[in-house]
Design a protein around this ligand. Sequence first.
Ligand code: AMP
Ligand code: GLY
Length: 423
Amino acid sequence: MQLNVLVIGGGAREHALVAAIKASPRAQVWCAPGNAGIAELASCVKVQPDDLQSMLTLVKEFSIDLTVVGPENPLAAGIVDAWEEHGYRIFGPRRDAAMLEASKVWAKKFMSRHDVPTAGYRIFTDYSKAREFVKESVPPLVIKADGLAAGKGVIVAEDESTALEALDRIMRDEEFGEAGREVVIEEFLEGDELSVLAVTDGETIIMTPPAQDHKRIWDGDRGPNTGGMGAYSPVPVAGVELVEDVRKRIIEPTIRGMASEGRSYRGVLYAGLMITSDGPKVLEFNVRFGDPETQVLLPLYRGSFLDMVDATCQGKLHQHKARWSDEAAACVVLAAEGYPGPYEKGIPIDGIDEALASGVEVFHAGTARREGQFVTAGGRVLSVVGKGADLQKALERAYSGVASISFSGMHYRRDIGARALAY
Ligand code: AMP
Ligand code: GLY
């Protein structure tokens, strides 16, 4: 039976989601707002992800059977609750469960209640008390605005003055508005970062292979944070035992804990972890697919992704048999000049077809079409993904695909996965 699916969002993550869903012959796919790459696979509709009213109209108009949400904002705003009220099927947690990402204060307290390992912390609503605490503490410290701040609300402060400056920006100057009314001041953790995602209907849990993101703009993890410059999976430092440990000590207690508090979690839970000498600890939860992790994880899925998503929404995930490839995948993000600062748009992109012909996947993040030609339309422009028998082969593939593509000012990291290869 044909299934009309709506994917919400417009980046490379959503392109990967659309591609994975389209692999099912029964799927007819819409995407809002989508982008020029997604438009080759799905009907794109100009509705913004946070415009829930127009999105609902779209669901009615196109007889959408199933909605899959990419970004966090609609989830935090209660899109799942709204859809359920109308009897529409949707993949993602309800608003009360999306709190795991929407409020860092709530997430920290939740982890304390359920003994989920995380960095030590204090919570402050009072600016001068927060300052006092910083002055008494030994840096480095991590300062986090409570609410959603588009990935900009976390400051890793190497010294006291940076920590105080972060408090000024968040609490005194209210740079993130309401999101900064409370702050979490956290112990700085050292180790390797790891992303583990789990699809769940609240009961059954399907873990993805672990992935690693590269958040800094320059090689060697230098420069400012970005939305993610590349990723790979699986991760050599995260062997079978560690992944089992993450399941037992982090993922299961979280899903069970949410259920026990009457906030049954449905959708995908993303745990951003630090692998410390004391074992894995949670840095953050996201209540959605990761970007760019999704671009490497979905190409490794061997079952029907649509069936998994549909089974999750129907609370029948136990009936779904998950299968992952034992290959590796690597993603290299191509960015516009100036990113993550201001950048130009509308620059012509060459070589995407050549890259595709070489066997890589190219997911569009920020592109548009102008007179039949792809042009840049964002800071992160493309995700180039290579697969191979092992990480080295996957990386070779991805970088040879990258070599075919060019646009003026294009830059990318040349060391994706390098630390894993050295390991
Ligand atoms: P978050 O948005 O909470 O994942 O934080 C963004 C980035 O800040 C993470 O990917 C880490 O690199 C870093 N970070 C966050 N919390 C900590 C911590 N407690 N210790 C060290 N680094 C952290
Ligand atoms: N890869 C980081 C994120 O999706 O938030």
